[in-house]
Write a protein that binds this ligand. Structure first.
Ligand code: ADP
Ligand code: ADP
Length: 220
């Protein structure tokens, strides 16, 4: 049973075709990788999956219906996007507290996710002073806050040290093992080979392959 269905999805920006008729599904219980070079259309696709951007054509269904970014969305779909908006003067704790309150998530959950991502000790520090890795951990804490069954991660390991990369990789595998639907983008095949079971490969906004990681390595 696919949880996410992308159907003939397209996005044009003026003369640029960012996403060009993509069709694929994402299933629960495994990590599905979204592989393609920079500029291939991965972020644009993920923003449309989250209803942050309107498709030029086609649609995205999550659990059979169109996902709408309404109050409470963090309980259905959690996401780590590139350049996630965090007020730099806020502490990690206050950022998550604000997200919890605006999504009607119990505030006790804030402490739990801070522990989970290893930020409990710096929760009172301003986000302004955070390293890239700490910022990624905070973004992941926000994605996990509502305990959502569906998780989208856009280039989560970009700019991280090996320890951070391994941590995120194991986290994604653990979330999938719990039965969640995990969809993660990367421009690195080496990273996808270590993280994902299934692969959706795109280039210039078009589907190039929809296969297992093993099948992709054999074919290319
Ligand atoms: P990826 O995430 O795979 O690197 P993107 O989805 O960011 O790719 O970009 C796909 C294409 O769409 C690129 O050519 C990019 O320049 C273009 N693009 C993305 N967002 C915008 C935007 N807001 N306005 C104009 N062009 C955009
Ligand atoms: P404020 O900074 O708004 O005054 P408080 O320090 O009074 O907030 O804490 C408000 C609530 O948040 C309390 O229930 C407290 O236990 C909890 N809390 C405080 N610090 C943290 C933290 N680092 N992580 C998670 N919860 C915390």
């Amino acid at each position: 049973v696919p949880v996410i269905e992308v159907r003939n999805l397209s996005k044009r920006y003026g003369g640029t075709v960012a996403v060009d008729g993509l069709t694929f599904t994402v299933r629960p219980g495994q990590v599905t990788g979204f592989l393609g070079p920079n500029g291939a259309g991965k972020s644009t696709t993920m923003r449309m999956m989250l209803d942050l951007e309107r498709p030029s054509g086609g649609q995205v269904l999550i659990n059979g219906s169109r996902y709408r970014l309404l109050p409470g969305p963090l309980r259905q779909v959690g996401a780590l996007l590139e350049a996630g908006a965090v007020h730099p003067g806020r502490s990690a704790y206050h950022h998550l507290l604000w997200l919890a309150q605006s999504n009607r998530i119990p505030t006790a959950r804030v402490r739990e996710v801070l522990e989970l991502v290893g930020l409990a000790d710096v929760a009172r520090k301003r986000v302004k002073g955070f390293s890239l890795g700490m910022g990624q951990r905070l973004g992941i804490a926000a994605a996990l806050l509502g305990d959502p069954p569906v998780l989208l991660f856009d280039e989560p390991v970009n700019g991280l040290d090996p320890e951070g990369v391994r941590w995120i990789r194991n986290l994604m595998k653990g979330l999938a093992a719990e039965g969640r639907t995990v969809f993660v983008s990367s421009h690195l095949m080496s990273e996808m080979a270590l993280t994902a079971e299934r692969l959706i490969v795109i280039g210039r906004g078009r589907l190039l392959a929809d296969t297992t990681v093993g099948g992709f390595i054999e074919a290319y």
